[in-house]
Design a protein around this ligand. Sequence first.
Ligand code: ADP
Ligand code: MG
Length: 728
Amino acid sequence: MPTRNDPAYRAEFTPDNSSAAGQGRRSERYASRVFNEQRMLQYLTRDAYDSVKGAIFSGSKIDRKVADQISEAMKAWAIEMGATHYTHWFQPLTGATAEKHDAFFDLLPDGRAIEKFGGGQLVQQEPDASSFPSGGIRNTFEARGYTAWDPTSPAFIYGSTLCIPTIFVSYTGEALDNKAPLLRALHAVDEAATAVARYFDKNVNKVNATLGWEQEYFLIDRELARTRPDLMLAGRTLVGQAAAKGQQLDDHYFGVIPDRAFQFMRDLEGECLLLGIPVKTRHNEVAPNQYELAPVFEEANLAVDHNLLLMDVMEKVASRHGLKVLFHEKPFAGINGSGKHNNWSLSTDTGTNLLSPGSTPMKNLQFLTFFVNTIKAVDRYEELLRASIASASNDHRLGANEAPPAIISIFIGKQLTEVLDELEGVSKGKLSPEEKTELKLNVVGKIPEILLDNTDRNRTSPFAFTGNKFEMRGVGARANCAKPMTVLNTIVAYQLREFKAEVDKLIDGKKLKKDEAIFNVLREYIKSSKRIRFDGDGYSEQWEQEAARRKLSHNRSTPSAIGVLTTPETLELFKATGVLTEKEIKARKEVELETYILQTQIEGRVLSELVYNQIIPATVAYQNSLLENILGLKEIYGAAHKKVCEAQLGILEQLAEQLQEAKKKTDAMTEARKRANGLKDLNKKAAAYCESVLPYFDEIRSHCDRLERLVSDAHWPLAKYRDLLFIR
Ligand code: ADP
Ligand code: MG
């Protein structure tokens, strides 16, 4: 088998020398493989450039002739860069990305070979899409799906392939991916937020949602991982005795990065920079072998694409370092799992962060407007936001006292709580001049420009205001951020629209001044959304009880969490904002249920295989070696052997007991799976997997882990936690 130092072992990746990619001035190499603004200026005619810019700014259409020009320019650049193929890069509902490569190479009728890439190929493709999940949208008679160019996310060269970010829709126009709804949500929030921002600044013409994700992950030795079918097939360990040393010493967080991990990170960052992913921060996380990587934040659609690309790059770079990256939300029992905080804000084309307090009362009123509207939106749609981060794997992490609970609440800190309390006390209708002055100078005017130190104090909150952005912390490490970002931007868009209508009504109907009207509506929102604000310990049991009193949802599992996707309120929200039709949302729910069932089913199968094909045989082999030993001792000691063999006999007894229990429960789990598989209704089937199959996993595991404690290391076939968790 090749070792990790063997050059043959290193995956073919970018044509760049990997060690060179990690050195020198990073800013100089940044985005050299991206067809970004700089390249467009260099390769496109002015008309074509303006056309792409228009599409990015206002979603205007790019006509076919211009598309031809753009594709020619992209081709010229890509070939110069050594690319031989192109692909539409898209995000089917599998959660990962998909690509099908075509060569630029083509033959003319006379047999001459050329490099071809026309506007048609840039703008639209028709991949054979019948194998992607569609939730029943695509019937077999119309199994076609289209990918269509997303000019707001620039094309890039990955390896030797020009990748064109695209949406993926059905023949009849329904979204079959995670990008199309995100783009619609971003459009909705742009429209709604721009209209509200113009109360404060008439120069605002566009609002972008911004996203800065923080990716957590584990790094383990690839060869060791190969001994574990659970890690290879399910991404997490289904059995495994905790290592004697875990995270109890708190010595890993922000600790010295182990050399092997550091080499990986350096190489990874080099590749990321070439691809235009603006990686910035790296550090050890809480659990052994757990790390985090965070970039500079970007426009949300681009940030989502970059996160998906990053996860792919990480796997490739890890493999050439003989490592494996785990994105699973809970790969190991007993130590922390991995999440992906989503830092979110809104930013205007005039350069203002709408969630950043300013230096004047008017700027602060603008800040409060967006701040309170976000709180109100989250309060109304907390259950939907929870649903957006639901997955079989994230179920193991949320609420496990290491990650936020499955109850959504907002932490805003003491200072802002005081401000909201004061605003709540403002009188209704017209304000007296004294009241106005008081409000502007002493309440709104007093919000300090920099709140960071005062706000980032509660790490248990799932949705925390951290000075100039909200941080959504329940997102899973493996998730496509497009899902929570679609929901968050949609609910804020819907809320801002309603806010604008209410304020305008007070201005026109009640003849209130603009700021009076804004104060009036905000005051009502502050009152009606109070239950979502919680500054205490989100991990505590008291909070669970308090949240129940406040009637906040608490859905612990995916099947229960995604029920809300098809309520009349949700359907209305997505319809009104134009983000998802009823057909699309129902299809999505179906895909979520199917994915949940399949993932749990795979885990169940892997667990049975582990028990029957690895753990039972290993235990039996060890039993045999003990028996042989006992028989040998009996030969020497005769009747007195029992005393000499006391320890061996004791172990044999324990082995037999655990072995029987492990087998019995594995068989019972298999029976439960069969019963679940017999159910036709997807909701019932998912619930059966969740309630009748899943609970066996931990029971089976406990017997297997006891066996691992008893059986000799020499007989145990699976790499142990202590080896997996401490890379050398
Ligand atoms: P941590 O949570 O690890 O303490 P921070 O709270 O400082 O770290 O989060 C840093 C993340 O927040 C980075 O990914 C950064 O890009 C992102 N971020 C900062 N400002 C914004 C913003 N206005 N919009 C979106 N993300 C932002
Ligand atoms: Mg954070």
